[in-house]
Design a protein around this ligand. Sequence first.
Ligand SMILES: Cc1cc2nc3c(=O)[nH]c(=O)nc-3n(C[C@H](O)[C@H](O)[C@H](O)COP(=O)(O)OP(=O)(O)OC[C@H]3O[C@@H](n4cnc5c(N)ncnc54)[C@H](O)[C@@H]3O)c2cc1C
Length: 440
Amino acid sequence: MFTRDLRLDDNPALCAAAADGPMHCLFVKDEAILDSPTTSQRRQAFLDQCLEDISRSLTERGAKLDLVYGDWFETVQRTIRDLKVDSVHIADDYSQYAQTRLQRLQDWCNDVGVSFHRHPGITVVPPGHLQPSGGGEYKVFTPYWRSWLKSSKRDIVTPPRSFNDSALSSPPAESNLYPELSSEIIGGETHGWLRLHDWLQNGITSYEKDRDTPSVEGTSLLSPYLRFGCISPLRLVELCTHLPDSEPFVRQVVWRDFYAQILAARPDCSRSDYRDRGDIWNYDQNSFQSWVDGLTGFPLVDAGMRQLRSQGLMHNRVRMVTASFLIKDLHQDWRLGANYFMSQLLDGDVASNYLNWQWVAGTGTDSNPHRILNPSTQAKRFDGHAAYIRQWIPELSSLDKADSLDPSPLLREKVGYPLPIVDHHESVELFKERRLTSVD
Ligand SMILES: Cc1cc2nc3c(=O)[nH]c(=O)nc-3n(C[C@H](O)[C@H](O)[C@H](O)COP(=O)(O)OP(=O)(O)OC[C@H]3O[C@@H](n4cnc5c(N)ncnc54)[C@H](O)[C@@H]3O)c2cc1C
């Protein structure tokens, strides 16, 4: 069964199913996920492209993807019964919803005598495989990273050239499909590989230098492909190990494993503080809406929020700045911001999204509860020429760099760009005071 491992390459669940006799491939478009308020239309469209791509690849190798929309558990149960399936192979996954769904299916399979197998593949190192000396999950990244580097990784698996499918016995079709890398992000393993190769050949060596500059294409843009498993994270890091200067990039990919192992241990973290700071949040709808609309009067924050709405993407540095602004300047509950991000992001991923939000909020794995990102200083440091700001805020696009980084009240009025909705210094002082009272 496919879930978010939509690839043929290095897919342990698929390879094990293929080795287990005639195989029936199923993907259920789970109505509970697709109809949830945090589902993004763009992510759904990307998912459809991934499914089209994998369906084509399976057909080429003599298998067929059965694609059904509905209640996930009932659909799987029905398929198992109708096709008299005797074993199920599936990728292990870690959010509360995924864990519950998997456990329910596993229990049912045990009851009816169907063998049930969970496989790795969503992360490089499966959650729980690495533990600090005291047990439990790693709470701090650097020791996790050190232990991750030393850990043995599973072997990469290769799919057979042709599958023995229980539902289809025609010979594999020839494919002449070899698209060009598009500047648009198109879902699926085929496009994921093109992007990956392009990145390894042309991008990765400048990663350390460019990764924090939102106006340049200095990052891989692989996150949506990792999110849906179009490329194997293990394959990605294996390919990187042969390249010089790839460590800063691999380190970043390992944050994904790090957050997955926290979510696996504490699945409630998409809703509750990992470390309770006793925060009292402000639920003012107007300021939240200004943040969503990119109308806070802080150019870097507004540029990021407009990029998010327009593309379903946002540069990592700007994600940190916009999230920090909502929490530390507007004193709004991190959950509201994280849910909004989830409803927009192409790469929206439960572990990476909610735990990064908690990192910024200081309720997560960052042990410093008072970290503040000043949106004006961050803009000068990481978008010094205001190229990103001017790209995303048309009102500021004709101003020179100094004016677009810090427009005067008169200029704001002239171009129709709002005044700052809060005083940054006053707001963060108030936030720190409240935290001091609740943390100490
Ligand atoms: C508030 C906030 C919310 C975020 N939400 C998500 C999310 O929903 N999904 C998501 O994939 N990433 C999320 N990130 C992490 C990061 O912003 C994105 O992974 C990155 O911007 C994707 O672009 P890229 O593929 O070009 O990254 P690159 O810089 O090329 O990094 C390569 C890969 O490493 C992983 N990675 C990089 N940084 C992080 C990180 N901080 N945490 C976890 N994994 C990381 C991603 O899989 C990424 O594709 C969030 C960060 C913040 C601060």
